[in-house]
Design a protein around this ligand. Sequence first.
Ligand SMILES: [Zn+2]
Length: 335
Amino acid sequence: MRCIFCLEERPPSQEHVFPRAIGGSLTIDRVCDQCNSELGTRVDAALCDFLPVRARRAKLGLAGNSGVVPKWYEIFLGDATLVGEAAGRIQTTFDETTGKLTSRQLHHAENVERPDGQKVRQITLDPRDKDQIPKIIRRERLRHKLRPLSDEELKAESKNFTERIVQAPIIKKDLQVSFAYVQHALLKIIYELAFLWLGDAYLDDPLGLKLRNAVMSVDLDSTKPYEGNVFEANNCAIFSNYWTPHEAHHIAYSSVLPGQIVVAVRLFDLYAAVVVVSEEPGRYFRSQADMAKLKFLAIDSVSKKMVHTEFAEERHRLAMMMTEERRRPPFTDPL
Ligand SMILES: [Zn+2]
């Protein structure tokens, strides 16, 4: 078998066109083991762990390759910052027994000047950590080379606090996400669909070569030329004008225009990509019968149900709803 990525003759493996972790049930057997695992780790995993995608997997219960479904609360865990007057670090953990998230303000100390001009060290901590006050005072004094307090003094100082309740606290959490991962993964899906639908001739297509190189490159910038081809699903009229977005469905189709073959993919109701996969339709479409190469695909990520038909058939279905049933698009997809 000739691998569609490295183009080497190697034994085949089972490749999921849409990653398995997002419920992709369509597979091809034209990717070698090596490319499958390398691209799986670098491209597919990055998409499946991309925050909005991961959150959707949590909602739909879609397990990753390890069999584990992401948890809805993952995004809230770890360190964050309180915004405003009560500024400080917050740590959030998940309590498995109560099923609830618990946020705790981490203690911090700062120098402040009182209205009377006295300079003091002010310690802020979570009220649930009140019993830690003596320990913290002792540590702060030691750090600033101040004389240790006697037990009596320490007891008195420990009572010297005010409680403050922050109504509706705003918590700021920094997340580093790059849309480049989504772009990279969507291009990989498009390349595989183009091959699947157009056949082996696509491996020698000049645009196919470009797309393949962009997908295989370890450099995320390799997909920059395609930046204008990837969108939020809602902004992609070529889908949303015809098919109602569905939170659990992926759809894709191909079409041929003068001098262009286009493949379009929508992932859940989150992202869409529309890419010209070839500028040489003459290679693939020589007779009317070749129009059967234009396909429509819909996958339900939860039930794994799949509709994979000729695009003409799907167009007919849409036309019937408009003419016979006098309905207006967008319509639900055929799943
Ligand atoms: Zn390969």
